[in-house]
Design a protein around this ligand. Structure first.
Ligand SMILES: Cc1cc2nc3c(=O)[nH]c(=O)nc-3n(C[C@H](O)[C@H](O)[C@H](O)COP(=O)(O)O)c2cc1C
Length: 188
C-alpha cells in the first residue's frame, strides 16, 4: 500500500496504550507506527507485550529516536497522524514547535503540510499549561480527542471503554467501522 494511504499512529509514554493497540489492530497494514523512547516501558507495564508484538499488525515500526526515518520529511506523505495516547510532554513540544523526536517531528510536518492531526491526551487533572497548549493546537485545526469514554452504551469490559474512544478516532479519520456504540436516542 502506498504511503499516501497509510495512517501514522504515534504512541507516547502516557498511560492508555491499549487505545493505540486496538487502533493498530483495526487499521492493520494501513498503519505505520512510531513509538517514543518512553512508550516502551508503558507498553510493557500495561500490556506485557514487546514493542514488536505491540505493533504487530502494522506495516512499519519506527523508533522515535530515528529522526532520519521517512515521516521526518514533508515529502513523505501520510493520510493523518494520530498521537495516542499523547503525553503532556508531547503536547507541550508540539505546541511549542519542538521537533526533537520522530513523533514531534511528524506532528510538525502534519501542521506545516496542513494534514489531519489527532491528539488523544491522557492525564488527569489537566494543568493550565496543558489546557493552554491544547487550546493553541485546537485553534490550529488539531483534533483534541481526550481518552474519556462515554458510559451511555453500558460498557461492561475494559475493551468496551477502549472501543468507545477508538471508534471516535476512526470517525475522525473517516474510516468505516463497526466498533463501539453510537447514540441513537434514549431507550423507548
Ligand atoms: C507507567 C507510566 C504512566 C504514565 N502516564 C502518563 C500519562 O498518562 N500522561 C502523561 O502525560 N505522562 C505520563 N507518564 C509520564 C511520561 O512517560 C513522561 O512525561 C515522558 O517523558 C513522556 O515522553 P514522550 O511524550 O516523549 O513519550 C507516564 C509514565 C509512566 C512510566
Amino acid at each position: 500500500m502506498d504511503p499516501e494511504s497509510r495512517f501514522l499512529v504515534a504512541v507516547t509514554g502516557a498511560s492508555g496504550v491499549l487505545y493505540a493497540r486496538r487502533l493498530i489492530e483495526i487499521l492493520g497494514p494501513r498503519t505505520d507506527v512510531i513509538l517514543t523512547k518512553d512508550a516502551a516501558p508503558v507498553i510493557e507495564i500495561e500490556t506485557g507485550l514487546s514493542t514488536k508484538e505491540f505493533a504487530g499488525p502494522a506495516n512499519i515500526l519506527y523508533r522515535g529516536e530515528d529522526l532520519a526515518a521517512a515521516p521526518a520529511s514533508g515529502s513523505h506523505r501520510f493520510r493523518a497522524l494520530v498521537v495516542v495516547p499523547c503525553s503532556g510532554t508531547t503536547v507541550a513540544k508540539i505546541a511549542a514547535g519542538i521537533a526533537d523526536n520522530l513523533v514531534t517531528r511528524a506532528a510538525a510536518v502534519a501542521l506545516k503540510e496542513r494534514r489531519p492531526l489527532v491528539l488523544v491526551p491522557r492525564e488527569t487533572p489537566l494543568s493550565a499549561i496543558v489546557l493552554e497548549n491544547l487550546l493553541k493546537l485546537a485553534r490550529l485545526g488539531v483534533v483534541v480527542l481526550p481518552a474519556s469514554p462515554g458510559f451511555y452504551g453500558g460498557p461492561r469490559r475494559i475493551e468496551d471503554l477502549v472501543d468507545f474512544v477508538v471508534a471516535r478516532i476512526l470517525d475522525q479519520l473517516g474510516v468505516e467501522h463497526s466498533i463501539g456504540v453510537r447514540w441513537t436516542g434514549p431507550p423507548e
